[in-house]
Design a protein around this ligand. Structure first.
Ligand SMILES: Nc1ncnc2c1ncn2[C@@H]1O[C@H](COP(=O)(O)OP(=O)(O)OP(=O)(O)O)[C@@H](O)[C@H]1O
Length: 373
């Protein structure tokens, strides 16, 4: 173990121990093509903080860094439920804060864990990696150079979570694998190249580091996050983008009121297909199931894999079955929304605090807009 506390950033007590700096330097000084780094380890071990640090270090050498966000419950640049590939071109001064960013490619998985559909989850991850390979890992004639990639993963490292990690590692075949380990050994991943078969070419540089926070007995001190609250905050930050930044919305209450009063887009039912991602809904119940929920706004794809790209999320404000209109609140701009032909419904829910607006009774549950014919 033994990670001494060497460097504490001025903001919010972020600790970058020597071995974390060395790990990042090993990656950044990789001689060959831009490094593809896979960051893994148990829950709350610091994968996200390390990934953010690594991105910053890479940005000192490369103009841009690609980031594959596979932690669908604790997303980095998108609202929860999305899997995305983003391109970062600016150093993040504060490693504690995630920020929203429009990804280069995004898929709506519609759940906060891969456990309900690991096959689909892996399909999305493979497609995102293929997209990186095609768009960002080539040297082209216009002088654009390949970008390094950082892959951040979830902390589900046992059982099926382990199998998913192994499949991801096999597919991505990273140049570097940074494994964060904690003092409770039984919670760690196996050491070494655990995903490699005997016949695999082991060309990955394996780096093992300890979680940054430790007590005097060198036991890991893990900070439990309130995952649900963080997800709600990300959803709220996402829908805050419906309003100009200068608009005075500082509290959750103000956001809830502003969203409830925000004019929704009218989406003709005929212009979209509705797809339930993780359950089956009888056709007679489809509109009821959509009302007052969050949906992924997606565009069908002509690509080989036919995976629809997600351009953002929307709140289904209400549905008028007589006028055949779905009312959607979303920060997605009109010209992008025009391309949307799929509404994807999963299990991403409207935060409860947005459903309690003073003076309105459950603002997204208007009872007179779903007339039974
Ligand atoms: N280097 C660090 N310095 C200070 N605090 C840290 C550091 N690494 C982790 N932490 C604390 O631990 C918490 C969890 O870290 P982080 O989100 O990076 O873990 P994770 O492994 O990505 O978690 P998950 O498995 O849920 O995705 C952080 O919110 C922070 O409070």
């Amino acid at each position: 173990m033994g990670s001494s506390v060497e460097q504490t950033s001025s903001m919010a007590n972020i600790i970058i121990p020597d071995e974390w700096s060395e790990a990042a330097n090993t990656v950044v000084s990789a001689a060959s093509s831009p490094p593809v780094t896979f960051v893994c380890g148990p829950k709350n071990s610091g994968k996200t903080i390390f990934s953010r640090h690594l991105v910053n270090v890479l940005l000192e050498r490369y103009e841009r860094v690609a980031y594959l966000d596979t932690d669908v419950g604790q997303t980095e640049f998108t609202p929860p439920g999305c899997l995305s590939l983003a391109v970062i071109n600016r150093i993040t001064a504060d490693l504690t804060i995630p920020c929203l960013k429009t990804p280069a490619r995004c898929y709506f998985f519609g759940d906060i864990s891969p456990k309900r559909d690991p096959t689909m989850y892996l399909k999305y991850i493979s497609a995102l990696y293929d997209y990186y390979e095609k768009e960002f890992n080539t040297f082209d004639l216009s002088g654009h150079t390949a970008l390094p990639l950082v892959v951040n993963t979830s902390g589900w490292v046992k059982g099926i979570g382990f199998d998913i990690l192994v499949d991801m590692l096999k597919y991505i075949s990273p140049t570097h694998m940074v494994q964060i380990r904690i003092s409770a050994e039984s919670k760690n991943l196996p050491t070494g190249g655990f995903w490699l078969d005997e016949r695999d070419d082991a060309s990955t540089t394996l780096i093992e580091i300890s979680s940054a926070r430790q007590d005097s007995l060198k036991r890991s001190v893990l900070v439990q996050k309130d995952a649900r609250l963080l997800r709600d905050l990300r959803i709220m930050a996402y829908f805050r983008q419906c309003f100009p930044s200068e608009k005075d919305i500082t509290t959750i209450k103000e956001l809830a009121r502003a969203l409830a009063a925000h004019p929704p887009y009218e989406v003709p039912v005929s212009s979209v297909k509705i797809k339930h991602l993780h359950n089956e809904v009888p056709s007679s119940e489809v509109f009821y199931s959509l009302n007052a929920t969050i949906v992924g706004l997606a565009v069908s794809s002509e690509d080989n894999d036919h995976l629809p790209c997600c351009v953002g999320l929307g709140i289904v404000r209400s549905i008028d079955t007589l006028k055949k209109l779905i009312y959607v609140v979303t920060p997605v701009p009109h010209n992008t929304l025009e391309k949307v032909d799929l509404l994807l419904q999963g299990f991403i829910q409207i935060p409860n605090c947005l459903l309690q607006v003073q003076g309105c009774f459950s603002p997204y549950m208007a009872s007179n807009v779903l007339p039974v014919n």
